[in-house]
Design a protein around this ligand. Structure first.
Ligand code: GLN
Length: 545
């Protein structure tokens, strides 16, 4: 195939309809028919990337192999497709304007007035086609963040209109995701909001080709017919997306509705029956666990589930792999202390101390690490979680009572976690952390060496502070071993406590690399350790394992 085909996914009526999941599910079905597919997200906000956003604002910040700080939808794309995304897969209005303004400063517009149309729209079009032009993909799905009708979405919709014209209608189609609400007082599903949002899109010159309608109830045939008639689409292009108990059901729901078929037909591409056997065996294991484990997720953004999206999904993959339901107990680190720690953590089969930034809630995290270390509860510390494990060990085992991270206490006398040398001169906050995939050598005989079954791995990072190497020998003598080292810099990437049955702290973020096809080995092993803990401490029958 020579030309790359483009699918645009827009949203109408309301936000949070799950465009990312629909895009990822469609991509899965197309991939399972042999097409090379990628998904891109265009975000209409002014931040250059979500790296500077508080998790309460925008959920987790997802990190790609090449070190882009991106929208959490890219996590869904990777988890569904098992194909890495990159910097090019997430573009914000901030980044678009930044490139255009930099070009203007370089004088590249040759004295012309720089305007939204054509300069901003041209930059959007260039970014959309960048992935297509790489030659790596047959189909590029571009999800446009926000809702049509928003002021900030307008340049994107205009770019879509132009691209459809430039590329031809069977090379670029538009899927519009809308809501069909059920009014319980009237006992009816209502099509009017969809009609209006399709009309809003048309005011910008874009006719939707396919409607995906989010609904709590099945859409009857006459309602589909009505939507087709009023919205100028074919009847089979009205797709229902009914609420699902898990996002992993959505590809099958879309298959049943024939979304992949309509899409391929409209793009003039051949369709076949997608082979999703492996996917379905995962869904089956996910839905039919043989037993369960309870894992505490200790963080300070726990009120918002999206803050730890990739961690929660990695537990779903690891749970399915172990045929176990992983029950997550979210625990707010700010309210943990010596007096309530046993009550809050005593019953858990495993504890994960989450990534994070800043001082709030860290003493609770340290108290939690102490409790799990002393009580032999399986522990996984991720990024800040690993740093807290190092501080706890220094304070309570080495007796360095004032040990701290210089992130929390700039003048700490025992800075066991410290800023990297090259970070000390950095003043900009955006995009300046240690980001993306870095190599790590694993120590033979360690837990991690056994888990990864490899001498060297690559994992994704997002942090400024590091284990302070001057304390390494002291720590190791006392039993906290550095079992993963960066081969070039010697930076400590993993720590373990030999005396403990399963205590692992990692400076990187394993959760970003867990996918349905490749559940992350560290999460799989952690869940298994939790299961063993449960068996040993609660006498649970392990016949099924
Ligand atoms: N705040 C810590 C650092 O910057 C940890 C970051 C994280 O957990 N992602 O090093």
């Amino acid at each position: 195939m020579t030309t790359t085909k483009y699918i645009f996914v827009t949203g109408g009526v309301t936000s949070s309809l799950g465009k990312g999941i629909i895009a990822a599910s469609l991509a899965k079905l197309l991939q399972a028919q042999g097409y090379r597919v990628t998904i891109q997200k265009l975000d209409p906000y002014i931040n250059v990337d979500p790296g500077t956003l508080n998790p309460y604002e925008h959920g987790e910040c997802y990190v790609t192999e090449d070190g882009a700080e991106t929208d959490l939808d890219l996590g869904h794309y990777e988890r569904f497709l098992n194909v890495p995304t990159s910097q090019a897969n997430n573009v914000t209005t901030g980044r678009i304007y930044q490139s255009v303004i930099q070009k203007e400063r370089r004088g590249e517009f040759l004295g012309k007035t720089v305007q939204v149309v054509p300069h901003i729209t041209n930059e959007i079009k260039r970014r959309v086609q960048l992935l297509g032009k790489s030659g790596d993909y047959d189909i590029v799905i571009t999800e446009i963040g926000g809702t049509v009708g928003d002021i900030e979405s307008l340049p994107y919709v205009e770019a879509v209109r132009q691209l459809r014209w430039d590329l031809g209608k069977d090379n670029a189609i538009v899927i519009h995701l809308t809501l069909v609400p059920f009014l319980s007082a009237a006992g009816e599903l209502k099509t009017k909001p969809t009609q209006h949002s399709v009309k809003t899109l048309m005011e910008s010159g874009v006719q939707a080709d396919i409607l995906v309608c989010r609904t709590e109830h099945n859409l009857p045939k006459d309602l589909r017919r009505k939507l087709a008639l009023f919205c100028n689409v074919r009847e089979e292009a009205v797709i229902q997306s009914i609420d699902a108990s898990t996002i992993y059901d959505v590809p099958n729901l879309m298959l049943k509705e024939g979304l992949d078929k309509v899409v391929l037909e409209q793009l003039n591409l051949e369709s076949s029956t997608p082979d999703i056997t492996k996917w379905n065996s995962f869904v089956h294991r996910h839905k039919n666990p043989k037993t369960d484990v309870t894992i505490g997720l200790i963080g300070k953004y726990v009120e918002l589930q999206d803050s730890y999206k990739s961690i929660l999904e990695a537990f779903i993959h690891a749970g399915a792999e172990n045929e176990v339901k992983v029950k997550i107990e979210s625990i707010h680190s700010e309210y943990l202390n010596e007096d309530n720690i046993k009550l809050k953590l005593g019953h858990l089969d495993g504890v994960l101390v989450a990534p994070g930034f800043g001082e709030r809630g860290i003493e609770g995290k340290i108290t939690a690490v102490k409790f799990v270390r002393e009580n032999n509860i399986p522990f996984l510390g991720i990024c800040l979680g690993m740093q807290m494990a190092v501080i706890e060990f220094a304070r309570n085992v080495l007796g360095l009572e004032d040990a701290n991270s210089t992130e929390m206490e700039a003048g700490s006398k025992n800075p066991v976690i410290d800023l990297m040398e090259e970070q000390k001169t950095i003043t900009d906050k955006g995009g300046t952390m240690r980001l993306g995939a870095w190599a790590c050598d694993l120590k033979k005989g360690s837990i991690v060496h056994d888990i990864y079954k490899s001498d060297s791995i690559k994992e994704r990072h997002r942090h400024r502070y590091e284990f302070n190497g001057t304390y390494k020998e002291q720590m190791e003598t006392a039993g906290m071993i550095a079992t993963g080292l960066n081969p070039d810099t010697g930076l400590v990437e993993i720590v373990e406590i030999t005396e403990h049955p399963w205590f692992v702290g990692v400076q990187y973020h394993p959760e970003y690399k867990s996918t349905v096809a490749n559940p992350h080995p560290l999460f799989v092993a952690f869940v298994k350790a939790a299961l063993n803990h449960k068996k040993n401490h609660k006498g649970v029958s392990m016949a099924q394992n």
